[in-house]
Design a protein. Structure first.
Length: 157
């Protein structure tokens, strides 16, 4: 009897979440039908030391402004792009990344739609992304941490 009650409660929670949280439902990029790209989203990989051991792999976030700091003379962060079609479905894209100041910011391609952004010194620059006629610009602001022990960066979308 207890098992049936727990199953019923679980089904009720799942059904309620499907009704109340439709914005959290996502279609995998492979399942999204081909369509016209309407916008580009950028996500940043969180440092695993911040989230602790997790099941399910790395955590990616897409805040309006992503702020972080690292020790050393330069900073690196992993980022990835994803397209959003006119119908709202997610789609894989291969965006072109162009830094306004390559002496300050460089981008190295990784797997699929992932890149590594390296900020070499303090300053301000932009990073332009373009795919299928749609563009997006990121603003990068970097400053040194006390006594040059590291660098702090803000990336605004």
């Amino acid at each position: 009897m207890t098992s049936n009650t727990n199953i019923s409660r679980l089904l009720a929670v799942v059904a309620l979440s499907l009704v109340l949280l439709p914005g959290l439902q996502q279609t995998s990029p492979e399942a999204a039908p081909a369509g016209e790209l309407s916008r580009i989203t950028v996500s940043f990989k969180l440092d695993q030391r911040l989230s602790g051991p997790t099941y399910g792999g790395p955590r990616w976030v897409s805040p309006p402004t992503f702020s972080f700091a690292q020790g050393g003379e330069q900073l690196t962060v992993e980022a990835k792009t994803q397209g959003v079609g006119a119908n709202g479905n997610l789609m894989d894209i291969n965006a072109e990344w162009t830094p306004a100041d390559p002496e300050m910011v460089t981008v190295t391609r990784g797997q699929k739609n992932e890149v590594t952004i390296t900020v070499k010194h303090e300053g301000e620059s932009t990073l332009k992304l373009a795919a299928q006629g749609v563009a997006k610009e990121l603003l990068i602001k970097a400053k040194s941490i006390a006594n040059g022990s590291g660098i702090q960066v803000e990336i605004s979308q």
